[in-house]
Design a protein around this ligand. Structure first.
Ligand code: ADP
Length: 459
């Protein structure tokens, strides 16, 4: 695994052209999508406010118009004649022919009718009286009972027109009730400006956030990209060593003027050994790749495995290796019944042998390697304990990394390439298990494999 702090990771990721471009396009798309969403929402918000205010104004206008219309209907006597009682109903009332200038614009009106105007027309649509605002040049006719928006000199008015009748029911004329929309237009303009200025600010904040988020999203991708790079470099490096040894041997043999049988045999033996090392490494790499891609996952090959047999077989089969290394290999099964787990026999055999072979390799002559099987709760535990060289605490976290070796010279002598424990861990994890290590430098190590018991054997 790659050990790199976040700042350095961000820096090297930024320096990588491909990742920089991908991050930019990710952030760009995000800003674009969010920008469109935000704009649509702002438009919707504006429309909602506009609609709500329009509806309120119309209702207000209708209610004022109907109230005045109903009140006038009870006091009007002669068509086109305004009674005294009628003048009292209307605030700021004035008759066009006698007392006021109907075209005088925006005279100071009573506060309640600040934005309103009233107009009384006779049946021939001639202006009889006005009240409230006096907008200049405003159209006099509108279809009866309809709301209409009128524009004069850039100012907008909303108006309702109602037909007036005298007390006896004959037609008196028309009542026009209107309202200036200036305050409403000003308010909507403020809302529009707020949106227009707020939107770019919002998009700018989104751009900043998306740049930051895209960095966060790219980190794990970049990390695995670096791991693959590292893995390829390590694999190439490991493969190069035996290949170089083979080439050097072939070249030096070819340079000999005359080749004796013994020399030819020696060269072939070296080549055979290196070839064996290469084949092993390629096989290991293949297993790891398959496990990574999920091809080597268990379900297809699951079987019930008796760990008692597995431990005994491994102890017997590796006895010769222990004898050659002058190490005592013992096995102990601390359970009376058979311990069974579900999994792949070949893979579990490989896992436990890797641990035992390592223990033998890293134990000095006269040392001891002990293989123990026990059960704890619903788990089978296999301990591989040695009295060997031990592992420093900081190295204990790294020995499961691919190609990692604590002491590469010694490890190479044992034929190891640093893949054994990563394969062992991958196998354990495929079996829903785990491996942990406890070690004291100079005193020895204990590797513990924990596997879930098969259902029928759980306590
Ligand atoms: P290798 O094939 O090189 O042994 P492994 O992945 O099996 O690679 O082990 C990684 C490293 O862990 C080894 O290089 C060795 O230094 C250390 N190691 C593994 N097992 C033991 C052990 N039982 N005692 C001490 N060190 C060990």
């Amino acid at each position: 695994m790659l050990r790199i702090n976040i700042q350095t990771l961000d820096k090297v990721m930024h320096e990588n052209k491909l990742f920089r471009r991908t991050r930019l396009s990710l952030a760009g798309w995000y800003v674009m999508v969010m920008g469109v969403i935000l704009s649509v929402c702002s438009l919707g918000f504006y429309e909602a406010i506009l609609h709500a205010h329009r509806v309120t104004i119309d209702r207000e206008l209708q209610s004022v118009g109907t109230t005045i219309h109903d009140s006038l209907g009870t006091v009007l006597e002669q068509p086109a004649q305004v009674t005294l009682a009628a003048t009292r109903i209307l605030p700021d009332f004035c008759l066009v022919e006698t007392s006021c200038d109907a075209t005088q614009e925006d005279i100071e009106a009573v506060p309640e009718t600040e934005n309103y105007y009233l107009r009384l027309l006779d049946s021939s649509k001639k202006l009889i009286a006005v009240a409230g605002l006096r907008p200049k040049g405003l159209q006099l006719t509108t279809p009866v009972s309809q709301l209409k928006t009128l524009t004069v000199n850039g100012k907008r008015y909303r108006q309702i027109s109602l037909m007036l009748h005298t007390q006896d029911g004959s037609q008196w004329g028309y009542l026009l009730v209107g309202r200036s929309l200036q305050d409403f237009d000003e308010y909507m303009l403020t809302v529009a400006y707020t949106i227009l200025f707020g939107l770019p600010m919002g998009i700018l904040s989104i751009a900043g956030a998306s740049w930051w988020l895209s960095k966060k999203a790219m980190r794990p991708i970049y990390l695995s990209y670096r791991q693959i790079q590292q893995f390829t470099a390590d694999a190439a490096h490991e493969l190069r060593t035996p290949l170089a040894a083979i080439r050097a041997n072939v070249e030096s043999t070819l340079m000999l003027p005359k080749l004796t049988e013994a020399e030819a045999r020696e060269t072939l033996e070296i080549m055979g050994r290196q070839n064996q090392r290469l084949s092993q490494m390629v096989a290991d790499l293949l297993i790891l790749c398959r496990m990574d891609s999920g091809m080597e996952k268990l379900p297809q090959k699951q079987e019930c495995i008796c760990l008692n047999d597995l431990v005994t077989d491994i102890a017997e089969e590796l006895a010769f290796l222990a004898v050659a290394a002058q190490v005592k290999l013992v096995s102990e099964i601390i359970v009376s019944q058979n311990v069974k787990v579900m999994g792949n026999t070949e893979q579990l055999y490989r896992l436990v042998s890797n641990l035992v072979v390592n223990a033998i390799h890293y134990t000095l002559p006269e040392g001891e390697v002990k293989l123990t099987l026990e059960v704890n709760a619903n788990f089978a535990l296999i301990h591989v304990k040695d009295t060997g060289v031990g592992i420093l605490e900081k190295e204990q976290k790294r020995i499961f990394e691919r190609f990692y070796r604590v002491n590469s010279d010694r490890s190479r002598q044992t034929g190891g390439s640093g893949l054994g424990l990563s394969i062992a861990l991958a196998i354990a994890q495929c079996h829903q298990g785990n491996i942990n290590v406890k070690s004291q430098p100079g005193q020895g190590s204990t590797f513990t494999l924990k596997l879930p018991l098969s259902m029928g054997y759980r306590q």
